[in-house]
Design a protein around this ligand. Structure first.
Ligand code: MN
Length: 197
């Protein structure tokens, strides 16, 4: 019997003959990185993804991340995505799973802060324990962020900025920098370009 692979759930939900999303390989790259994709699907949300064990561990964040430690943003843990999904920007056809427009809103390397504790945990172990701490080195988001599980049954978490030198209660990069860090395009521009053929 074939062992289940981390990306089975991801692949099961998608028809790759219809969607331009990557099917993904089961072996990942080397340098761990994070990506935040802005995804205008049935409802707009941000997908927060951490590369770990050759896949992207993923949460859907309806209101998106904030550099303000007072903002606790709901984050729903979703299925692992393939590492090459971090580069995906484009349109998932309507009627397909997650149909809508995706841009790469932020990305960069990250550090697993739980791996630097007295009793170190990998990202996967931290997810299982319901408490993840990372240091992001993105273009828009930097510094420590914690993800803490608040409802095990629904797999609901909170994404919260840690209080450090990168915390900033004034800054709102979701509003001031809505564009892709890869192409400089907004969601609307990606959709319009696709419509124009
Ligand atoms: Mn999404």
């Amino acid at each position: 019997m074939a062992a289940s692979k981390p990306l089975d759930a991801y692949r099961r939900k998608r028809d790759f003959s219809r969607s331009p999303e990557p099917e993904g390989s089961d072996s990942g790259g080397s340098a761990p990185r994070f990506v935040i994709q802005k995804h205008d699907a049935r409802s707009l949300h941000y997908d927060f993804r951490l590369e770990a064990d050759g896949v992207l561990v993923s949460w859907a964040v309806p209101k998106g991340p904030s550099p303000d430690p007072a903002q606790r943003r709901l984050a729903i843990h979703v299925e692992d995505h393939p590492v090459d999904y971090a580069d995906f920007e484009g349109i998932i056809p309507e009627g397909e799973y997650g149909g809508g427009t995706v841009i790469v809103w932020d990305r960069g390397p990250y550090r697993n802060l739980m791996g630097e504790k007295d009793e170190p945990l990998t990202v996967r172990e931290s997810v299982e324990a319901g408490h993840v701490e990372v240091w992001l080195e993105g273009e828009k988001l930097r510094g420590g962020y914690v993800l803490v599980r608040i409802d095990e049954e629904k797999d609901q978490w909170l994404l919260i900025k840690m209080k450090d030198t990168e915390a900033d209660e004034q800054r709102d990069p979701l509003a001031t920098s809505p564009e892709s860090v890869v192409t400089g395009r907004t969601i609307d521009e990606v959709r319009e370009e696709a419509g124009a053929g």
